[in-house]
Design a protein around this ligand. Sequence first.
Ligand code: ATP
Length: 255
Amino acid sequence: MATRLTLRDVSLSFGGIHVLQDVSLEAEPGTVLGLVGPNGAGKTSLFNCISGHYRPTAGSVRLDDVDALRLHPSRLAGVGLARTFQHPALQLNATVLENVLLGAHSRLPGGPVSWSLRLPATARAEREVRTDARELLERFGLGWAVSLRADELSHGLHKGVELCRAMLSRPSLLLLDEPAAGLSHGEVEQFIASIRDLRQDHDVTIVVVEHHMGVIAALTDKVVVLDHGRKLMEGTAEEARKDPRVVEAYLGVSA
Ligand SMILES: Nc1ncnc2c1ncn2[C@@H]1O[C@H](COP(=O)(O)OP(=O)(O)OP(=O)(O)O)[C@@H](O)[C@H]1O
């Protein structure tokens, strides 16, 4: 079941600097929410508050009925959260398949001891996640790269590998931080097609931070626009594009 993400009055400060102020938003289960705004608006900081990398100074973050701020960040995968980063951190000396498999730990029963003993249930689950990892790589057009070392791939392909790694945990809430940044035109088209395809088969809520307005328009059901740490407006991508406040925030001139 896809997650309902609810943020209420989330604020975040660093040494007196207000990075986020009273941001509230809701992502309906199974929808794609875009988070947009000019550089420094607070988009990644808001992501970090959801994924437990930052702790808000005030406000609440709920994944369905779970109070995310009460959970240790390492437990969030267990309630269905997965994310990608602006700059993918892959194990460059490991193969593409091994990198994707790193996303499977929340699906393997037991803990490190049973994994190292290779108990039957663990071995079975391991076979299953390997098959799923290969399928995901095929779906994202990376089937040919399974056995290559990650450092043999371009930046754009690293982003695809990271996305497969996130999807391997079978998330019910997926956070994508600038997935199209640095991608070629063809890679962006492939990314849009893959996410659309993914939505057909997986019951997942997606929140995406992205500057590429073509991606936002193609994929999102709703966007939230941030500016200077505050929510400026909420609506469809088309409504945001036409909103004078949004135009002004991006261009820095009165619309
Ligand atoms: N750990 C931190 N310590 C101090 N300031 C921070 C920290 N993290 C973020 N900030 C500040 O918060 C503000 C918002 O940054 P953030 O990266 O969230 O913006 P953004 O909207 O994601 O920008 P971009 O589109 O450029 O990635 C910036 O002024 C940034 O310097």
